[in-house]
Design a protein around this ligand. Structure first.
Ligand code: SF4
Length: 376
């Protein structure tokens, strides 16, 4: 790797932003040179780009958004279809092989089928197709799924924290469980596999129905995955002592199934277990008690054009000045130069990645953005 002596726009967020808010010069010496893989200073090669399409959602999950008064992203800052495609194309040329569409709720985006079609047509340097996946609350799947599959969507993760209507209403502040169940049925019928259902395990909220959720997933041809709750809620109310841990989840499930670890996890967030010898499986994403940051291959693009190298990053790499030719943009706005600048920003973002999230460190700072504005 050779040094790339440029300065780029970096936005500091979170509590540290009080002193340094705005765009600051950032030394990018030592970043991976153009044409090489997106490798960080800890040797991790980045191949997965999570693209948040909106911070809006049809639900208001208590662990994600406040009930009222959320500070929404300015509509003028939301990336257009052309801008999203442009960043994705440059990322694919740099070695990214998977795009996962998230939000907020990605299906609220009115041009979602066009987004899927345009991204699914992107090819890597050897002409390899990208893998296109989506994480959704499922509510609009019955109407949209045929068009999404036709456009090139290949994998779905659907969020489902409870099977009980009263709990769902309380947890999401919306009475939409039937709509989510209909969305899961549509996904099951579509033949998209693997199909995954995601639940945040929460004490005294849904920790008494973990096995029921697994049984529901199995009945729909899906894999249930439980996520340890992380400090990403908009209200900053996360309490480690209240968190349901991986070991507690496994203990609860082992009362109904014999669990056998599945080897070969690679960079995947979920550890997986065979249920009663398989082939059915369950997954646990133990971000807090068993962090997997050492194998992380993920980058994030927010709906307002910020690159993030970690869920918990308090630094963002601003692509808007590059793509919209506002002050701070390149003096030469030609197509190739803009793509080169995006590539350089991707490499700087990867270069700046810390070894892990440090949730377990007393100095940990929760990012200012809520989960709905970061993308899961
Ligand atoms: S916390 Fe950050 S570094 Fe760790 S796995 Fe998640 S995104 Fe990757």
């Amino acid at each position: 790797m050779s040094a790339v002596p440029v300065s780029i726009g970096v936005r500091m967020t979170g509590r540290s932003a009080v002193a340094v808010a705005g765009v600051a010069a950032h030394d990018t010496s030592g970043v991976a040179e153009p044409g090489s893989p997106l490798v960080d200073t800890h040797g991790r090669v980045h191949r997965d780009l999570r693209i948040s399409l909106t911070d809006r959602c049809s639900l208001r999950c208590t662990y994600c958004m406040p009930e009222q008064g959320n500070e929404w992203l300015a509509r003028s800052s939301i990336l257009s279809l052309d801008e999203i495609e442009r960043v994705a194309r440059v990322a694919a040329a740099a070695g990214v092989t998977t795009f996962r569409l998230t939000g907020g709720e990605p299906l609220l985006r009115t041009d979602i089928v066009d987004v899927v079609r345009r991204l699914s047509e992107i090819r890597g340097p050897e002409g390899t197709p990208v893998e296109l996946a989506m994480t959704t609350n499922g509510i609009r799947l019955p109407e949209l799924l045929p068009g999404l599959v036709d456009a090139g969507l290949r994998r779905l993760n659907i969020s489902l924290d409870t099977l009980r209507r009263d709990r769902f209403h309380e947890l999401t502040r919306r009475d939409r469980l039937d709509d989510v169940i209909a969305g899961i049925a549509a996904a099951a019928a579509s033949g998209l596999r693997p199909l995954k259902l995601n639940a945040v395990a929460m004490r005294d909220v849904n920790d008494d129905e973990l096995a029921d959720l697994v049984a529901f997933a199995l009945a729909n041809g899906a894999e249930m995955r439980f996520i340890e709750q992380m400090p990403l809620d908009a209200g900053h109310t996360w309490d480690r002592s209240r968190m349901v841990t991986r070991d507690e989840i496994l203990h609860a499930l082992s009362a109904r199934w014999a669990l056998t670890p599945v080897p070969g996890r690679g960079g995947a967030p979920a550890e997986r277990w065979l249920l009663d010898g398989g082939p059915a499986t369950v997954g646990v994403i133990a971000s807090v008690t068993a962090p997997f940051c050492g194998d992380c291959d993920r980058l994030r693009l927010t709906a307002d054009g910020q690159l993030r190298n970690c869920l918990f990053s308090t630094t963002e790499y601003d692509l808007l000045p590059i793509m919209r030719a506002v002050p701070g943009a390149s003096a030469d706005p030609s197509e190739a130069t803009v793509d080169d600048d995006i590539d350089r920003m991707l490499r700087s973002c990867v270069h700046g990645k810390l070894p892990g999230h440090a949730i377990n460190d007393p100095s940990f700072l929760q990012p200012a953005r809520g989960m709905n504005a970061i993308g899961g």
